[in-house]
Design a protein around this ligand. Structure first.
Ligand code: 5GP
Length: 118
């Protein structure tokens, strides 16, 4: 699947749509999900143009991959959800109901999330 430069997260990265930013560095942007499913529900995205996990894991540089994973851990610490626990999810393509075709990771926590994934 070709990357769609008009997807919502690409627009957020270009500053065309606002977001509640919680973290940013050279490779990564993180912001609150607009329809949060838990007290902490943050989307962590690479600044590079990757459609999904499959695309990112195949094409991103080691620096980008490390930066994104480190950001998840740093945000979890900042939100004080390491002790209590959190969930990290990424939806890839149709069976996972991926809605936005720019790779992103959901970080969920701040309450008991139950045993289901979404
Ligand atoms: P997916 O199903 O692709 O893994 O999840 C996409 C997520 O993006 C959903 O949880 C949805 O609430 C969130 N989302 C969609 N549009 C926007 C938006 O414009 N701003 C923000 N902050 N989140 C969005």
């Amino acid at each position: 699947m070709a990357y769609d430069q008009n997807n919502i997260f690409a627009k957020i990265l270009r500053g065309e749509i606002p977001c509640e930013k919680v973290f940013e560095n050279e490779h990564v942007l993180a912001f609150n999900d607009i329809a949060r499913k838990a007290p902490v529900h943050i989307l962590i995205i690479p600044k590079g143009s990757y459609v999904s996990f499959a695309d990112f894991s195949e094409k991103a540089s080691a620096d980008e991959i490390v930066a994104l994973n480190r950001a998840i851990g740093e945000i979890a610490k900042e939100k004080d959800i390491v002790e209590s626990g959190y969930r990290v999810i990424s939806n890839h393509a149709a069976h996972a109901h991926q809605e936005v075709p720019h790779y992103h990771v959901h970080l969920l926590g701040g309450a008991d999330l139950g045993g289901c994934f979404k």
